[in-house]
Write a protein that binds this ligand. Structure first.
Ligand SMILES: Cc1ncc(COP(=O)(O)O)c(C=O)c1O
Length: 373
């Protein structure tokens, strides 16, 4: 297995810590260690104060797995395996897929969701998230036509990176139904869950509804705790989780012990953390929509339905790479070209989950004002 460069991650590696204004992060504002610890209840504070920096249980701290399982109706801690989010994708695909399998995956997409299967020798059919009448959509009715005799898995990610698209619950249940009817695995990347703009539109996690569904969750985005590197796979399928656990012995073996306790504190303060981040997102979203409407001749905004990112279009013959490069080099504003998602459209990603967003947006406005494309 030979993996290609991960274009998005390489772009971040190049610019994230060297560019003054980051206008494309995918995470929400992070918490400081002391802020997080100040939220600890008696039990987790005692665990933190007595923490030994030892190896931890390979499946994950039982108390933490119990807390994670409570996010999913009907699941218990036995249905949860801790993994770094990115590692969870790697473990799941390597546990299920074999060369010559066929999978169906949304595009554009976070690269590992299609590059890992491709590198394993699988064939990947793109299921495009596209704009129609000013809104993001996918062709749910066309899904069955993409299925082949060798199809083993459907890969989805809602709210979607980079578009912020979410199907209705009715449409999502159709996807689960199709997977179940054709006996396919359904890998559901839910890294942006809990960031739905309308909470009533939150989708059920397929791992609660279908035996061959696998959910990827984590604390990097909605919870503003990416530095903990904490995520999990949730599934009713114990055989699948056992194979992932065996494979994890070759990746990280177990989670970091401080990260486990801090994650427990984060999850036990879920409502407070999510309220803070959703409030920030709503404020930032208004600001970015206002700026984009002012520059409607140059930029086209396609509204997200959830998440902390959006995927607008540059209405110009100038390539999106040049546009982003100029923003970085001349104005110190980092935006992410759609080419890193394998997209041929002239789109770029903006991220509006951080407290520094207004400042970065102001600088982007200066760039737009002076743009002579
Ligand atoms: C859709 C999606 N899945 C998985 C990940 C991986 O999460 P992490 O970087 O916390 O490992 C990301 C990160 O950006 C993502 O956007």
């Amino acid at each position: 297995m030979k993996l290609p460069a991960f274009e998005l991650e390489r772009y971040f590696a190049r610019y994230e810590f060297k560019t003054e204004f980051n206008l494309c992060p995918s995470d929400c504002e992070s918490f400081s260690l002391s802020e997080l610890l100040s939220m600890a209840d008696d039990e987790s504070r005692t665990l933190w104060e007595n923490l030994r920096l030892e190896y931890t249980e390979s499946q994950g701290l039982p108390l933490l797995r119990k807390e994670i399982a409570s996010l999913y109706t009907g699941l218990s801690s036995e249905n949860i395996l801790l993994a770094v989010p990115e590692e969870g994708i790697f473990l799941a695909f390597n546990s299920i897929l074999e060369p010559h399998d066929h999978i169906i995956a949304l595009t554009p997409a976070y690269q590992s969701l299609y590059s890992i299967p491709e590198s394993m020798g699988c064939t990947v059919t793109s299921w495009p998230v596209r704009e129609e009448k000013g809104e993001w959509t996918i062709d749910i009715d066309g899904l069955e036509a993409l299925i082949r005799p060798t199809t083993k898995m459907i890969v989805v990610n809602f709210p979607h990176n980079p578009t912020g698209y979410m199907p209705t619950e009715k449409d999502f249940l159709k996807i689960i139904d199709i997977a179940s009817h054709h006996d396919l695995y359904l890998f559901s990347d839910e890294m942006y869950r809990f960031l739905e703009f309308d909470e009533a539109s939150r989708l059920p996690s397929p791992c609660t509804l279908y035996e061959k569904a696998i959910t990827l969750g984590g604390l990097s985005k909605a919870f503003g705790l990416p530095g903990l590197r904490m995520g999990w796979l949730a599934s009713q399928n114990s055989t699948f989780l056992n194979i992932c656990a065996q494979l994890k012995d070759y990746t990280t073996i177990c989670a970091s012990s401080p990260a486990e306790i801090l994650s427990l504190i984060g999850l036990r303060n879920k409502e407070r953390i999510l309220h803070r981040n959703r409030t920030l997102l709503a404020k930032n979203l208004k600001e970015v929509e206002k700026l984009f409407s002012e520059y409607g001749n140059l930029l086209h905004w396609t509204p997200p339905k959830g998440g902390s990112i959006a995927y607008p279009e540059l209405k110009s013959d100038i390539s999106i790479e040049t546009f982003c490069q100029k923003a970085i080099e001349q104005y110190g504003v980092m935006i992410l070209p759609g080419t890193v998602f394998g997209s041929v459209e002239n789109r770029f990603r903006v991220g509006f989950g951080r407290a520094s967003f207004s400042e970065a947006l102001k600088q982007f406005a200066v760039f737009l004002k002076n743009w002579k494309g």
